[in-house]
Structures are given as structure tokens and as C-alpha cells.
Write a protein that binds this ligand. Structure first.
Ligand code: AMP
Ligand code: MG
Length: 485
């Protein structure tokens, strides 16, 4: 394991030891991910795996730390830090990538404030399931390697089973990490952090920018690169109906991966104002607000980086506004491309925007299920769509077909392309809840494993996946998610 983070300014982290437990028990281990990380030596060693991924066995090469960060939570600035997570080290994968290996729910740290440092089994299994679903949907995300039950109680509204999740991410640098560094009022510390982030995530982009002689300084190129990746990520979220739920700046990774699977959920009937999180009473992080909140978060990153962007403050601010204007363009293009692909149109063309908008308006008006609508369009089962009887629908379809024929050789090819862009299955809220309930109340993981199998390859269009298509609307109408993780 490596510990590149510990070479940064000492104020950015604290050495902390995971809590000891007597009887940890492995609940689920991600064999495929383990192999991709080069952890084959742990393959037939279940006891060792359990000990490592609950924080019991600490090899010399592990130096657990908790990272310091700040964040705007629902718009309010707060000093935070890993209050219940330990970064045990960084793994160099066989393909040469450096990734963070972090335990979550592993006990108190210097940043726990009044928290107990613990996590409950249900929410950790939920994070495992949804993050693996996102990976299956080919959306950049942190990954889940293991969930270990601690066999100790965690006290929330009632006593719950405790657990530790092992999260793998290409780093845990957040917008909030930069906000924290900015509070140190130390330009060198801030520069080292930015250089570190560039080195881990944006070396090519920044080098290319500098080599092209762009009139943009290094750290502005960095901001621009983060902005572009974030815009594309959020376009991908929208394309599958994903609602993150808690896009605070401490939950936004610099690498452009999705992280923090607390109150997230997938939308059923299409409506831009859809919110699931019980604490998001203002709809700040509603489905359709996500691109704007992504931009808001980037403005906070820009604010933190301001002291190192340019000696000339006016120039620095001009650079920032250029990046933020560009964010809108990158997002719009990425979103249009995602939606055009969903309709089998290849790359977006002039006029596609109107076709997409029309469809979304019908979906909103008729409360059509987002995922199901696109599956029906893919499989050409349009007659059962709630808006199929509209007189305008046939001319809309004709326009779509004409464009599809331009983009693809024949309709078989259109269908193949649409199947790659429209998942046959998403982690439907009622399926997730039922699997988690069975796992936590009846200690059976059979439903969980079954659902996991379906959502890990969501574009296969298997019979079993298609059986999950219809959303039980009534049961889901008042679905709420909670941050009480
Ligand atoms: P989140 O809402 O998960 O993004 O967490 C926000 C902050 O609260 C982070 O700094 C977490 O580390 C911290 N936190 C959440 N739950 C706990 C807990 N049970 N004990 C200590 N800190 C926690
Ligand atoms: Mg968080």
C-alpha cells in the first residue's frame, strides 16, 4: 500500500486507528473488484479478508488516516472531515492506477464531532448495491469492495446491526478538501494539494493545456478539467434518472466520480422536481436541479482556488467566469448526446432538442415512468405508452425514425444501440428496500444477491430484468430516503 496523501500538509489529515471488534463477519465481498485491484493473494483467505476489511488487522504498510475537509451542506459552510472513515492506504492496481482503500463505519476519528463513528448494516449494503449499479450503468463512481458485519449494535432511532464498508475510489479529494485547505490561508499548502490532485487525476488535461500555449494558468486548467468532468457526470445521472440527494460540496469528488450514497434514489415517473430525501425540504437537490447545483459547487471550488489562480485578481475572476460559462455548454452538449443516444439518434443534431423536450413534456404530463418509457421505445412497444394516442405522437415518431435511419444502417442496429443506452433494469426503490429488509431483518442475502446480479449488467435485456420493468407506482408514491446513515 502507498500513502501519498500523508506527504501533503499535516493539517490535511490525522492518524487514527479503526475501532477494534471481537467478532466481525464478512457479509459480502466483491470478488471481481478484488481481482481488478490485484488482491488475488486474498482470494482463499476469508478470515484475513474479514480482519483487514473491518480494520482489525493492520499491516505495517497500512497507516490509517482520517482526512480533513470542509463543506457547504445545503448551502451552509461547515468544518467536517472523515468522522467515521479511515483511509487505510492507496492500492496500486495491476493496470497502474492508484486508488484509495477506505473503511467506512470503522470508528471515531479526530473529526467525529459528536458522532459515534459507526455505520449500520442496512445503509452500507445500500451503498454497496447502488454504487455497483452505477458501475454497471457505466457511470463513474466509487466502488464497494466489502461489507463486514461488526456484530455490535449501532444506536440510531433504534438499535441496529453495525457494519463496515470498504470503499474504493480513485481518490477521496473533494471540493470540500480544497475549501478546507483554503481556510489555512497558506498558498503553498493549497498549491501542493492542487498539484497532487492534478497528478492523480488531470495530468494529461493540464499538460495538454499548457503545451498548447493556452492563455490559461495551470490551476485554471485544473478547474476547467474538473468542471468538464463534473458536467459530463451529471448528464449521465440525468440520463438514467439518478437523484444524488445530497450534493453538498463535501460529497463532490474532484475525480468526477459519484460518491456518498446516502439518500440517493432513482426517479420513477418523470418529473424534474422529483426529490426523495426527507431532509431536502426545499428541493435543492431535485432531479432537474442537479446541473445547477453542480455548477454552484464548482463556483465554491473556484472560490477556494482563487488565491492561486492568478496574481492579478481581475484576471483570475475572468478565468473563473469563462470556466463557469463553459460548464453550461459542456453540460448541454453532454446531456443532448446522452438523450440522443437513448432515442437511437447517434450524436445529437440540430432539432433533436425539440424532439427530446416534447417527449419529456408528455412524460411529465402523463406521469410516465422514466426507465419504462425508454425501454418501450427501444423494444418498439410504443402502443402501451400513456401518450401513444396523442395525435402528435405519430409525427414525432416519424421524425425520430427518419433520424434513426440516418444514424444507423437498419432498425436492428438502432435497437442494439438503444439497448446500450437504456438500462432494462435500475435499482427500483421497492426492490432495494425489500432486499435490504430481508438482509437486515431475516439475515438472508438471497434477494440482495439476486438484485445485485440483475443490476450489475443492466443492458443485457434478460427476461428476468424485463420482469422488473413495471414500477409499482402506488407503493412508491411516498417513497422517502433518509440521511440517518
Ligand atoms: P454525510 O452526510 O455522509 O456526507 O456526512 C457528513 C459528515 O458527517 C462527514 O464529515 C461524516 O464523516 C460525518 N458523519 C456522518 N455520520 C457520522 C457518524 N455516525 N459519526 C461520526 N461522523 C459522522
Ligand atoms: Mg459525505
Amino acid at each position: 500500500m502507498e500513502h501519498s496523501y500523508t506527504f501533503l500538509d499535516k493539517r490535511l489529515y490525522a492518524y487514527c486507528t479503526p475501532q477494534q471488534r471481537k467478532y466481525p463477519e464478512m457479509v459480502i465481498y466483491n470478488e471481481k473488484l478484488g481481482a481488478a485491484l490485484g488482491l488475488d493473494h486474498l482470494k482463499d483467505k476469508p478470515l484475513e479478508r474479514t480482519a483487514i476489511f473491518s480494520g482489525q488487522q493492520l499491516f505495517e504498510e497500512m497507516q490509517p488516516i482520517a482526512q480533513a475537509y470542509a463543506g457547504h451542506q445545503f448551502g451552509h459552510f461547515t468544518m467536517l472531515g472523515d468522522g467515521r472513515a479511515h483511509l487505510i492506504g492507496e492500492i496500486k492496481t495491476p493496470s497502474g492506477q492508484l486508488v484509495d482503500c477506505m473503511l467506512k463505519g470503522s470508528g471515531q476519528t479526530d473529526y467525529s464531532r459528536r458522532g459515534d463513528g459507526l455505520a449500520a448494516l442496512g445503509p452500507m449494503l445500500r451503498e454497496y448495491l447502488i454504487s455497483e449499479a452505477m458501475a454497471g450503468l457505466l457511470i463513474p463512481t466509487s466502488r464497494s469492495l466489502a461489507v463486514v458485519a461488526t456484530k455490535e449494535k449501532v444506536y440510531r432511532e433504534k438499535p441496529l446491526a453495525g457494519a463496515v464498508l470498504t470503499r474504493i475510489a480513485s481518490s477521496h479529494l473533494r471540493v470540500g478538501t480544497f475549501q478546507y485547505a483554503a481556510t489555512l490561508q497558506d498558498r503553498d499548502a493549497l498549491k501542493s494539494l492542487a498539484d497532487y490532485a492534478i497528478h492523480r487525476h488531470y495530468r494529461d488535461e493540464v499538460e495538454r493545456g499548457l503545451a498548447s500555449g493556452a492563455q490559461t494558468a495551470k490551476y485554471l486548467l485544473f478547474l476547467q478539467a474538473v468542471s468538464r468532468r463534473q458536467a459530463r457526470l451529471i448528464a449521465k445521472w440525468l440520463s438514467v434518472g439518478f437523484i444524488h440527494g445530497v450534493m453538498n460540496t463535501d460529497n463532490m469528488l474532484i475525480s468526477g466520480e459519484t460518491m456518498d450514497y446516502g439518500p440517493c434514489a432513482f426517479m420513477n415517473p418523470y418529473h424534474p422536481q422529483t426529490v426523495f430525501s426527507s431532509i431536502d425540504t426545499q428541493g435543492r437537490y431535485a432531479y432537474g436541479n442537479q446541473p445547477y447545483m453542480g455548477k454552484w459547487n464548482l463556483a465554491k471550488l473556484a472560490e477556494a482556488l482563487l488565491p492561486i489562480l492568478d496574481e492579478d485578481k481581475t484576471k483570475a475572476l475572468e478565468g473563473v467566469s469563462r470556466v463557469l460559462v463553459e460548464y453550461d455548454e459542456v453540460f448541454s452538449k453532454a446531456y443532448m448526446d446522452e438523450m440522443a443516444a437513448k432515442l437511437g439518434l447517434g450524436e445529437a443534431e440540430e432539432g433533436d432538442g425539440e424532439l427530446i423536450q416534447t417527449l419529456l413534456q408528455w412524460m411529465e404530463h402523463f406521469q410516465a415512468d422514466f426507465t419504462e418509457t425508454f425501454i418501450k421505445l427501444t423494444l418498439r412497444e410504443v402502443d402501451s405508452l400513456p401518450f401513444a394516442a396523442l395525435p402528435e405522437f405519430s409525427s414525432w415518431q416519424e421524425k425520430i425514425s427518419t433520424h434513426q435511419r440516418k444514424a444507423h444502417a437498419d432498425f436492428t442496429e438502432v435497437e442494439t444501440a438503444m439497448k446500450r443506452a437504456n438500462p432494462a433494469v435500475i435499482p427500483r426503490n421497492h426492490l432495494v428496500e425489500s432486499a435490504l429488509q430481508q438482509a437486515t431483518e431475516k439475515t438472508s442475502l438471497s434477494e440482495f444477491h439476486h438484485l445485485l446480479e440483475l443490476i450489475q449488467a443492466p443492458f443485457s435485456y434478460s427476461k428476468e430484468q424485463l420482469a422488473c420493468v413495471p414500477a409499482p407506482l402506488e407503493a412508491e408514491k411516498n417513497y422517502r430516503t433518509y440521511c440517518g446513515t
